[in-house]
Design a protein around this ligand. Structure first.
Ligand code: NAD
Length: 500
């Protein structure tokens, strides 16, 4: 396991930053600084983009089948190193080993999807679009693409981006979260071992300075971002102003509607996993339950009993269900929001403030917290808490529940729990959210579908991975061809040609 001082990864080599700024990487379970990470400056970004630009012509000329073979070897290496990556993710983020391993696996599935790139890049073709005229489309790479990723999925979210971009013939500069840099650096080494040419993937940990240098850089053609909504909006506006294509995924406030006809025990189990898994630090976590009619009282009792049983501790300890949150500042913000919920009159059913964890006295822990009778004007409803706090609102009817969700500024994920196909179908049809679960609390699409929200959860048009990822990382070129025999040649015409 890496200790001490980390590095940047540029042109297939570990390199030191040209600047002097360093960041602390913590183990959130102990509160200790476990290593230091260089914070890339503009010169480092210039070097990474120059390496990616230099590698682009040869990588673009590498056939999709050859690229796919390298991706397949990378996938095999990732499987072999899955536990090592899970340990790194757990150590720097705090999530449990089982949860970390699951998220690495979901990332590996994107490599698997991207390995099918010869098929994915086929484009469209039509014969005789006019008399003797055929037409086909080509999907060609954009050039140098950049990715900027959040702390909460140290391996999976970078894997949403770079395997697809690279499979499509682009080269890539990844700026992982400075809080969890080790997985990205390790994955770059494994990709090189799989045969990836130097310069195709570069990793530059850093903060706002590195991000702004990428957004301003004239040689970066596309920016993918995942993180909080205010930063997503800044990325989207700046990158678009600078003429880049951009997809910027933002924050979330995911609601689950529970109808009175739902199987309450099954629903409570699903909601407890979705609310408190990864200490609530998932963009698809269920943070808000809308209990319709008489569903509320029975559900509340079950949620309280099940949440109270969650064992909190170090992510690498056996039988622990929930680890710490990412930082002391984040813990304090969550505790402040719980305080505000109490002050504004929400009913605190389970209180995670001040939890004591043996061996984790200096760790960043908040225990499972549950609120009932929350109202939409309260801060705990309006803000993304991004911690182990589940809030329950009561709604008189299905229509009230749907109105509440559709009025919320976020639109990442949502779910309905019901025994009725009627409610489920209406929900699927009318809800203004990008990813919807029916009796599935965290409806994260598989790699061959696309991942993305609506409204303030996504700035841009195209989602990540699936075919939308392929379209984001390629430019479409449409070619119209005619091969007339001498007798078929017509003279010039000044009117708009209609090929009928
Ligand atoms: P963040 O927005 O603070 O940071 C994300 C990235 O942006 C990091 O690499 C960070 O270094 C960089 N960054 C931070 N502040 C910046 C600034 N002012 N200018 C330029 N760059 C900046 O997010 P986070 O705290 O790392 O992650 C948690 C957030 O990410 C939550 O809001 C969560 O909902 C969201 N998230 C969304 C999805 C999704 O798919 N929609 C997935 C995972 C996480």
């Amino acid at each position: 396991m890496t200790t001490g001082k980390l590095h940047l990864w540029i042109n297939g080599q570990r390199v030191q930053s040209q600047g002097s700024r360093m960041g602390d990487v913590f183990n959130p379970a102990t509160g200790e600084v476990i290593r230091q990470v260089p914070l890339a400056d503009r010169n480092d970004i210039d070097a990474a983009v120059a390496a990616a630009r230099a590698a682009f012509p040869a990588w673009r000329e590498t056939t999709p089948s050859r690229r796919a073979r390298i991706l397949t070897r990378f996938r095999e290496l990732m499987e072999q190193h899955r536990d090592e990556l899970a340990r790194l993710a757990s150590e720097e983020h705090g999530k449990t080993l089982a949860d970390a391993a699951g998220s690495v696996q979901r990332g590996i599935e994107v490599i698997e999807f991207a390995s099918g790139v010869p098929h994915l890049l086929k484009g469209e073709q039509a014969e005789d679009v006019g008399r003797g005229v055929d037409c086909h489309s080509l999907l060609q790479p954009v050039g140098v693409c950049a990715g900027i990723t959040p702390f909460n999925f140290p391996a999976m979210v970078p894997l949403w981006m770079f395997p697809v971009a690279i499979a499509c013939g682009n080269t890539f500069v990844l700026k992982p979260s400075e809080k969890v840099p080790s997985c990205s650096l390790r994955m770059a080494e494994l990709f090189k071992e799989a045969g990836l040419p130097d310069g195709v993937l570069n990793v530059v940990p850093g903060d706002k300075e590195a991000v702004d240098a990428l957004l301003d850089h004239p040689d970066v053609g596309a920016i993918s971002f995942v993180g909080s909504t205010p930063v997503a909006q800044h990325i989207y506006e700046t990158a678009a102003r600078n003429g880049k294509r951009v997809q910027a995924l933002g924050g979330a406030k995911n609601h689950a509607v529970v109808m009175p006809d739902a199987d309450m025990d099954f629903t409570a189990d699903a909601l407890v996993g979705a609310a408190y898994g990864s200490a609530g630090e998932r963009c698809m976590a269920i943070s808000t339950v809308v209990a319709v009619g008489e569903a509320g009282d029975a559900l509340l009792r079950l949620l309280r009993d099940k949440a109270a049983q969650i064992r909190v501790g170090r992510g690498d300890a056996a039988e622990v269900g929930m680890g710490p949150v990412i930082s002391a500042a984040h813990r304090d913000r969550i505790v402040g929001l719980i305080d505000s919920g109490v002050a504004l009159g929400a009913e605190l059913v389970l209180d995670g403030r001040g939890i004591e964890v043996a061996g984790g006295e200096h760790g960043f822990f908040v225990g499972p917290t549950l609120f009932d009778r929350v109202r939409p004007e309260m801060d705990i409803y309006r803000e993304e808490i991004f911690g182990p706090v589940l809030i329950v609102l009561r709604a008189d009817s299905y229509d009230d529940a749907v109105r509440l969700i559709n009025a919320n500024p976020y639109g990442n994920g949502t779910a309905i729990f019901t025994g009725s196909g009627h409610w489920a179908r209406r929900f699927e049809n009318k809800i203004e959210v990008g990813m919807v679960g029916v009796n599935v609390p965290i409806p994260v699409p598989m790699a061959f579908f696309s991942f993305g929200g609506w409204k303030a959860s996504l700035f841009g048009d195209l989602h990540m991975h699936g075919m939308e990822g392929v379209y984001f990382y390629t430019r479409t070129k449409v070619v119209t061809c005619r091969w007339p025999a001498p007798a078929e040649r017509t003279g010039s015409t000044l009117a708009m040609p209609t090929l009928g």
